[in-house]
Design a protein around this ligand. Structure first.
Ligand code: GLN
Length: 484
């Protein structure tokens, strides 16, 4: 039962063939069975889940008009604020933080009658690509426990892959939904910047952060997006737009769809098996009637990594200035000196990668370097965005690998930040331009998953979901489950 998709479970709940309590217990059993090995969860909210499941069953029994998410178990990344439930960001700094309010997406899911199973592990403050930067523990890839699940939403992706919940929410600043989705063989969507409220998402890099779903297929992504994409006046970057019913765009006819394959995303150093799998997958779209241009060029892509590692740390250094040991979270008390207390709070509260980002960002923003680094990066950011705008005048979607490699071994890249940063080289440009993109399962090599990224212009999630759904109707990669 815990391997049902949202759309399957919804049908069974509606026709009373299963109850939400049964479904929730199946997921809880799975958590008890495998989470000691996978370590996807920081907090399990068993009692809350069972209470919500009972309530959902009452709604269904009363014939109340239920929606696609009513009674369906979900796992939430631990940087999304949940009222009364520990929200740690996988940091010592927020190790004891119980938010007094809900993120907007949590309020929405509550209204939908969702069932919250727990909070997922992640890289500290969402900084990382492997979940090894968590101050709690490292999550393991369910396809090979010696390998990373990707990051930073590694806990969310691993949890969905092993069936600890039917779906999860993650956040994506430079690839943190799509890269772990690719590594764990689930479907992960990063929506257009501004389409899903960031209110209550602990800020990392505010001009790049976006919440999105990790699910078992594109159809389920459409259902979650239908719920969570909403204008929110509590988020000043929220965009009011005419939201379509994403579930209605899922036909399988790709006739006339114009696909571009940008050659810069098949970078030097890409694993040959990844390239072969993605090219084979794109050919399947040709079979479905799409027109494919294999020779697109997006030359500014080459600068995206450099731009990201100026802009993201700069914004992070500003956002993380609030952790001073005074307002909330960890506080170093063992001194009578205020300045020393703040310094020690940050020294012991933050992990190495977070400190590295704060130092990079503070440096890039400092007088004398601001123009040379931050301003320059912002200018190149505009060029990257313009290049995408031009490409989308010709193509409906661009397709790339999600990541240049298959999941790497735990510990393999921890001593080499640049190597770690490179695992997001295909996903970062999309955040820089504020675009929507999905990662879907597109094959395996040596029993390890390969993800394919589908990108579209802002607010064209319909085109992405339709393309992904059509692909999933003629392939079975997304139905494969880890043996665990
Ligand atoms: N891996 C990238 C980083 O470390 C992206 C992280 C993210 O999307 N949150 O910043």
């Amino acid at each position: 039962m815990n391997q049902l998709t949202i759309h399957e479970a919804h049908q069974l709940l509606k026709t009373k063939k299963i109850s939400s309590v049964e479904l929730t217990k199946a997921c809880l059993n799975r958590i008890h069975q495998v989470d000691s090995k996978v370590q996807a969860l920081i907090t399990v909210t068993e009692n809350i889940a069972l209470k919500q499941a009972h309530k959902a069953d009452e709604l269904i029994a009363n014939g109340t008009n239920i929606n696609a998410l009513t009674g369906i178990p979900a796992i939430i990344k631990d940087n999304i604020c949940t009222k009364g439930i520990l929200t740690t960001c996988a940091s010592k700094m927020l190790g004891n933080f119980v938010p007094p309010y809900n993120a907007t997406v949590i309020d929405i899911l509550n209204t939908c009658g969702a069932v919250f199973m727990g909070k997922a592990n992640m890289d500290e403050f969402a900084m990382g690509s492997s979940t090894e930067n968590s101050a709690m523990f490292t999550t393991h890839n369910p396809w090979d426990l010696n390998r990373v699940p990707g990051g930073s939403s590694g806990g969310s992706a691993a949890a969905v892959a092993v069936g600890e919940a039917i779906y999860a929410l993650g956040s994506d600043t430079g690839g943190s939904i799509r890269q772990p989705a690719g590594f764990c063989s689930v479907t992960g969507l990063k929506p257009t910047y501004g389409s899903v409220s960031r209110y209550g998402l602990v800020a990392f890099a505010s001009s790049l952060d976006q919440i999105g779903p990790l699910t078992q297929d594109a159809n389920d992504c459409a259902l979650v997006l239908n719920a969570i994409a909403n204008f929110d006046d509590k988020d000043s970057t929220s965009v009011p737009y005419a939201k379509p019913d994403y579930n209605q765009c899922l036909n399988t006819d790709l006739k006339g769809l114009k696909v571009g394959v940008p050659k810069e995303y098949f970078v030097t150093g890409i694993q040959p098996e990844v390239e072969t799998a993605i090219r084979t997958a794109i050919k399947k779209l040709e079979d479905l009637g799409a027109y494919v241009d294999w020779e697109v060029s997006l030359p500014h892509t080459l600068y995206a990594l450099a731009v990201y590692y100026i802009i993201a740390p700069s914004e992070a250094s500003a956002n993380l200035a609030r952790y001073d040991g005074v307002k909330y979270g960890f506080s170093y008390q063992d001194t009578g000196n205020m300045w020393q207390a703040m310094e020690k709070t940050r020294q012991y509260g933050f992990g190495d990668e977070v400190k590295r980002r704060i130092m990079l960002g503070t440096y890039a923003l400092s007088a004398g370097y601001y123009d040379a680094y931050y301003l320059k990066a912002q200018k190149v950011r505009t060029l990257i965005r313009q290049e995408f705008d031009q490409a989308f005048e010709k193509y409906d979607v661009l397709i790339t690998p999600t990541s240049p490699s298959i999941p790497f071994k735990i510990g393999e890249k921890t001593n080499d930040p640049i190597q770690m940063y490179l695992s997001d080289v295909c996903t970062l440009p999309i955040n820089i331009a504020g675009l929507p993109a999905i990662s879907i399962p597109a094959g395996f090599t040596d029993d390890l998953p390969i993800g394919m990224q589908i990108i579209a212009k802002p607010f064209a999630e319909e085109t992405i979901l339709k393309t992904a759904h059509a692909f999933q109707q003629i392939t079975n990669w997304h139905k494969q489950k880890p043996a665990l």
